[in-house]
Design a protein around this ligand. Structure first.
Ligand SMILES: C[S@@+](CC[C@H](N)C(=O)[O-])C[C@H]1O[C@@H](n2cnc3c(N)ncnc32)[C@H](O)[C@@H]1O
Length: 219
């Protein structure tokens, strides 16, 4: 089986090196609007945490071209942003972006192999958008491992999105569609096995026909 990082790199590398195509296409999103709608869902989820955003630090796993940082900056949201991506060319482009209100940090690396790349920073929120969408051949196993790690490094909230199997049953091409209820069940099982305390799990599936988000509120 091909290595996960090779599949991901070969999927994105030509597009990230091409500055003439729209940025949402570099990242494999159908439109700028659908990409940013996913960010909006995250921010609406976090808004209901009683602490608010002040001094909270968010880790964005698979930060791509830094668009979530741009969204946070443009909406004057008071969050410390840290992004990490496997592909150095993505991070180089993200670092070229100018920001008015925030000072985001971007790292290159694979936290599933080496957490030290994040220099021991502590995170309140761990978020990821799009890293579970490519068909990697072992998506469920990858998701379970990723979720365990996210739950270990987040203090307050873990949030992720996935492509919705009720929109397309076929996961045999480049993309992988997940059953949202099965993902909620897997999440509950992982939480119960790990003994991590949580207050609730929220499934949001009313923003795009082909996508859903899940948030886990810890403590
Ligand atoms: C669909 S794009 C989304 C980018 C960004 N989240 C956004 O919505 O604008 C997925 C990104 O995740 C990155 N990625 C995939 N798996 C990763 C991993 N294990 N660690 C870090 N980055 C990863 C890819 O390189 C790519 O930049």
């Amino acid at each position: 089986m091909r290595k996960r990082s090779d599949i991901i790199r070969s999927h994105y590398i030509e597009r990230v090196s091409n500055y003439s195509i729209p940025e949402h296409r570099v990242l494999d999103w159908a439109s700028h609007k659908s990409q940013f709608t996913r960010f909006e869902v995250l921010i609406n989820i976090l808004k209901i945490t009683k602490e608010g955003f002040n001094n909270k630090t968010l880790l964005d796993v698979g930060s791509g071209l830094g668009h979530l940082a741009k969204y946070i900056d443009g909406n004057n949201i008071n969050i410390n942003y840290v992004g990490i991506d496997l592909i150095s060319e993505m991070v180089e482009r993200a670092k070229q972006t100018s920001f008015d209100n925030i000072n985001p940090k971007f790292f290159v690396g694979d936290i599933f192999k080496d957490l030290d790349v994040l220099n021991g920073i502590s995170f309140d929120y761990v978020y990821t958008s799009g890293i579970f969408n490519l068909n990697l051949g072992n998506n469920k196993k990858f998701f379970k491992n990723a979720l365990k790690l996210f739950l270990n490094i987040a203090n307050d909230v873990v949030c992720f999105n996935m492509l919705d199997a009720s929109y397309s049953k076929s996961s045999d091409s480049d993309y992988f569609y997940s059953d949202k209820y099965e993902i909620v069940d897997i999440t509950k099982k992982i939480l119960s096995k790990s003994g991590i305390a949580y207050s609730s799990i929220k499934l949001v599936d009313n923003y795009l026909p082909n996508d859903f988000s899940i948030a886990i509120f810890l403590k």
